[in-house]
Design a protein around this ligand. Structure first.
Ligand code: NAD
Length: 382
């Protein structure tokens, strides 16, 4: 249980079978099930839950495309408002879980969605319970108080305690069906989130403790989970994702995530892979922190100590070795580490990033992200 008491977390192979008991405990009779379109079947969630949910009135809403836009969420919100549901269950990857969070919270408001997403108006309490079941091991969205949504091509976060689920049911067996590339991309999202939570201007001792544990778990288990998956490797990656979610719930993400969103939207690079492309470069750049480039009020020495935390978790002596370690892990898991390998021209990436990188996430980076920093990163990963 998080310090605020929610979400309560049930973790372990087979834990998805606990959902009906959780729903009964919450007094639920009618539930809106928000799932990935193919992943609900592929993950095995449908086979387990289908018969067990027979005693509840259930409607299903399928989410088909990644990076949810507000207009994609509108129909789910409409269904929620018309249906008198007393629970929303989100079962899927980060996309389906974010759509479930947005539906349960925005569907409970009387003001328009933009008031809360763009103008930061605090949310009224949800009118339904929210339960999240991840089928990927990476985002940690099951334990965070924010949801990502795109409006007119720009990434926004609905960030409010009401967005936190009541329960997170983390069943690593639901991730066994992930193919290697998805395992790699989602696992590197957990790694990136954890590293970023260590050096974020909002980092705390608690965030760094969660984050360091997550980094070590990803380093130890991701390659095996991609190349020769075992049940313990899958289990440890689900745990790493959960811990990285706990870490960013406190510290939020930074430079690599700020640059990942436009790369995903424009060039279709999967979210975690897009984060991993620039993570080694941000490790190098942030390790060269100076008074002039500092954004963290706690000072240059403090930021250097936080980079030290990252290097210890990566089990390396300096930032160069840390960057190599992250690149090598991505390569061993079969992912490209350069834009050219992805068919993306450096000039296109530079244009897209200069125009569309996420300022809110960039402001959490301990080193100021200027246009020159962006250009330099693009050159290094070209
Ligand atoms: P995703 O949810 O977009 O899913 C990617 C693909 O994997 C989809 O085609 C899906 O159907 C498939 N899939 C999911 N589970 C599967 C399984 N078990 N077997 C086979 N296929 C499966 O990917 P993701 O990386 O989990 O989520 C990324 C999204 O999460 C991004 O939109 C990102 O912004 C968001 N995110 C949110 C938070 C948060 O705290 N709110 C944190 C990190 C990321």
């Amino acid at each position: 249980v998080s310090p605020e008491g929610r979400p309560r977390v049930l973790f372990g192979d087979g834990s998805v079978g606990a959902l009906p008991g959780v729903l009964r405990g919450l007094g639920v009779r009618r539930l809106l099930l928000i799932t990935g379109s193919a992943s609900f079947e592929a993950s095995g969630a449908k086979a387990v839950l289908g018969p067990r949910l027979a005693g509840f009135t259930t409607e299903r809403f399928s989410v088909s495309s990644p990076n949810p836009r507000l207009e994609d969420v509108g129909p789910a919100i409409g269904l929620f408002r018309d249906g008198g549901f007393d629970a929303v269950v989100g079962a899927g990857g980060g996309t389906a879980m974010d759509v479930a969070k947005l539906t349960a919270t925005l569907g409970s408001q009387s003001e328009p969605a933009m008031e809360f997403i763009v103008h930061g108006r605090p949310l009224e309490p949800r009118r339904a319970s929210l339960i999240l079941l991840p089928t990927t091991a990476g985002t940690g969205s099951e334990v965070t108080r924010f949801a990502v949504v795109y409006i007119a091509g720009r990434k926004h976060s609905l960030d409010d305690p009401q967005v936190s689920a009541d329960y997170a049911i983390v069943d690593p067996a639901l991730t066994w069906s992930m193919p290697p590339a998805l395992t790699a991309s989602t696992g590197l999202d957990a790694l990136s989130q954890a590293v970023e939570a260590c050096w974020s201007v909002r980092s705390t001792d608690a965030a760094r403790a969660y984050a360091s544990a997550a980094v070590r778990l990803v380093l130890e288990h991701l390659e095996a989970a991609c190349l020769a998956p075992t049940s313990p490797a899958r289990e440890m990656l689900s745990l790493a994702a959960l811990l990285s979610g706990r870490a960013i719930d406190i510290a939020r993400t930074t430079g690599p995530h700020a640059m990942a969103y436009p790369l995903s939207m424009t060039f279709g690079v999967p979210h975690g892979h897009a984060c991993a492309l620039t993570l080694p470069e941000f490790l190098l750049l942030n390790s060269e922190i100076t008074e002039a480039s500092l954004t963290d009020g706690r000072g240059v020495a403090f930021v250097r100590d936080r980079i030290g935390d990252v290097l210890r978790a990566l089990d390396v002596g300096d930032a160069g070795a840390g960057a190599d370690r992250i690149r090598l892990l991505a390569q061993r898991c079969g992912l490209a580490t350069r834009l050219s390998e992805l068919g993306v021209a450096a000039a296109d990436a530079e244009r897209v990033l200069l125009g569309g990188f996420n300022a809110q996430r960039a402001a959490n980076n301990p080193r100021r992200i200027t246009p020159d920093v962006i250009r330099s990163i693009v050159q290094r990963i070209a």
